[in-house]
Structure formats: C-alpha cells, structure tokens
Design a protein around this ligand. Sequence first.
Ligand code: AMP
Ligand code: MG
Length: 352
Amino acid sequence: METKIIKISEDDVSEDKFREAGQIIRDGGLVAFATETVYGLGADALNKEASAKIYAAKGRPSDNPLIVHIADVKALDELAKDVDEKTRMLAEAFWPGPLTMIVNKSDIVPYSITGGLDTVAIRMPNHRVALGLIKASGRYIAAPSANTSGRPSTTKAEHVIEDLNGKIDMIIDSGAVKIGLESTIVDMTSKVPTILRPGYITREALSDVIGEVEVDKAITEGGMVSKDVVPKAPGMKYRHYAPKAALTIVEGEEEKVIKYIEEKMAEHKKRGEKAAVMATDESMDKYSCDNVFSVGRRKEQTSVATHLFAQLRDFDDLNMEYIYSESFSRENIGQAIMNRLMKAAGGNIVRL
Ligand code: AMP
Ligand code: MG
C-alpha cells in the first residue's frame, strides 16, 4: 500500500485541508495524526473492519482496547451510558486535554475496539489537527499510539513513517508533539475513580476537581507491573516503549550514579559493545565516557517528557546494545516519566 504523507500545521486548519483525510476515515481507512500527547493511528471507531486494520498495522494484541477520540463533549452520551457527575466534572475541567476516561459503553460501541470489555476509553484531544480530522470525518476516531506495538510511541511524523509507512493510507505531519507521553487514563467505573496509566494530568489535579482518586495497584510500584497484580488497563501488562538495547536505570546520588555508569561504559568498550548514556543537560558534561546524550533538562520535567521516546528511538537508530539512564523524580509528571522509563527498562533498575 502506498502511504500518502501530507503536512497540516496547527496554524492553518482550514476545512479543505482535511477533505481527503476525512474521506479516508469514512471509507474505513487508516490515518495517522498528531495529538498533544503522541501521534495516533486513527480509524472510524464504529466500523469493525476499519478498527481491525489498526491492530494489523501495529501488530497489536486484540485484547488491548483502543481509545475513542471525540471532538465534542456531547459524544460522551452517545458512546457511554450511566455517565456520572464526576465524569462530567472531569470532562468539563480537562477536555480537550490529555485525559482519557473509562466509562460504561453504549450499545453502538463494538466489542472489537474494547477488547471485549463492557467499558470504553474516551478522550477529547487538545490539538487542532486532531480535532479538525475528527470533525471533517464526521465520525468518532479510535486511535492508539501510531507505533509498531512494543516500540516507543511516536512523537514526530518521522517516527510514524519509520514504523507504519506502506501499512496505512495516510500520515498527517504536524511536526513534533507538545507533551510526548500518552494520556492519563482514569477508570470512572470503579467505586473510587482509579488511575490506570499515569500521564501529564496528575492524581493531585484530578483530586482537586472530584475528591478521592486512587492509583491502580499494578502501577504504583515504581511504574512496573508486578507479577501478582493484573493491571486493569490491558495495555499496561505488555513490555512497552522498549528500545532494542538493554536499558538499565541507575538511581542514587549524582556522583555515585556517574561513577557506576562510567565503569559499566568502560567494560562495554573493552568488550567492543555499543553502549550509551541517557543523561540530562545538567549532568552530561560531567561524564568522561563517549556516547553521552541528554534527554532534556532535569529541572524542567516537561522537557524530559517531550524527548524521552524520541531519545529511545535515536538509540535504536544508532544500534546501541546497552543504555544506562539516570533516574528521575516521581513527583507530578515524573510519575508518568518513570512509569514509561521503567517499562522501557523491563523494570531493570540499579539503586546505589
Ligand atoms: P494507547 O492508545 O496505545 O496508548 O493504548 C490505550 C491504552 O488504554 C491501553 O493501555 C489500553 O489497555 C487502555 N484502555 C483502552 N480502553 C480501555 C478499557 N475499556 N479499560 C481499560 N483500559 C483501557
Ligand atoms: Mg500505545
């Protein structure tokens, strides 16, 4: 299949720009597009054949449900039933934005996009191109991250091209995304609303609006899914976001971390193995070994969030076999950063 690549900037989202992409969605095809979190791979959410193509293109396990993207809060009442007051309050407070809510699905939502569950994940993205596409298609758009399953999510059109060129109908290039980590997922069907995947919108921010909010036990332990607790978001059980290299997170006082990593790097060099360091703007000049890269400014968490997946992909492009990453604070969006990093590392963390 030939994949058409077009550019639409957030600065110019006139209706005619979306004509062809909207038609592809209505015809049951696949379009990759930017959101504020990561790039999404979209199809008509209520068309079973169309959503089946998403699973095929990504190589995604069929029990892993998709998030349905909407452009108008009113869609909530069509896609969901028994919508409670807290759900409406969160929609009012955070939509459009990086918050996905799990609600009881209405009859029009096919089980093929919910992984057989009676619930559905819904989000209104805060990106003009995403919203423009949803409106132009006249449909609800089911869209998981636009990457090959298991690889880091895509934060630039170049990443999408790398993973999906030739497998989907269209890629809309809108440049780099703003946030760089997938949305916060909150299950609104449990007694106390529960975070199933940490993201840019923190537990504190949710609590400020609706009071008590829990975090799924499967993700509280440093971001890794434990063997004993099955996560409620099916997608969280897979090793995700993973670079090809073996990634080790090193946590502790800066001096000790740098010393440990330098020793490891020297061993790899001796053996002729390709190894790299994921450091920060603040620390990178303190290393004396080769292949030291910065993932962003430690002092500014959003800068680390934005660059994390791109940096992991860069290590793949450089054919690195081993990566050593500094560890990050788990405060605020740091919880999401460490959740993704721990998954990329398969839980491999050294505490000094
Ligand atoms: P992605 O959009 O690729 O980042 O993946 C969507 C995430 O939402 C996955 O982790 C899914 O398991 C999760 N998800 C989607 N629908 C539901 C649902 N009905 N219940 C629980 N988790 C869901
Ligand atoms: Mg994903």
